[in-house]
Design a protein. Structure first.
Length: 95
């Protein structure tokens, strides 16, 4: 059994009708967004400035729609198998 690596994401609650939590790993540039519906997605290639602006935006949902969605590669984290999740996490931790 391989050792468990610490989760670099500190998911923080946000005030939004569509998005419930945000987390960010500045080392890999990966953003995680948890939606109010329960969906959890990862967005690649997000810089610190974009993440900071996202968290502070007057409308989290509007910022997401204009600056994140369709501009960064998304991965649905709910549908991963154990093997693909392990591969994804290992790749994220090496970035």
């Amino acid at each position: 059994m391989s050792p468990v690596t610490p989760d670099p994401f500190n998911m923080l609650p946000v005030k939004s009708s569509n998005i419930s939590e945000l987390g960010y790993d500045p080392v890999s540039g990966e953003l995680r967004v948890k939606f109010a519906t329960g969906g959890l997605y990862s967005y690649a290639g997000v810089d610190q400035k974009t993440y900071d602006a996202f968290r502070q935006a007057p409308s989290i949902g509007a910022y997401f729609a204009s600056k994140i969605r369709n501009k960064h590669k998304a991965t649905d984290l709910r549908v991963m198998t154990a093997d693909s999740a392990r591969d994804f996490l290992n790749k994220s931790n090496k970035a």
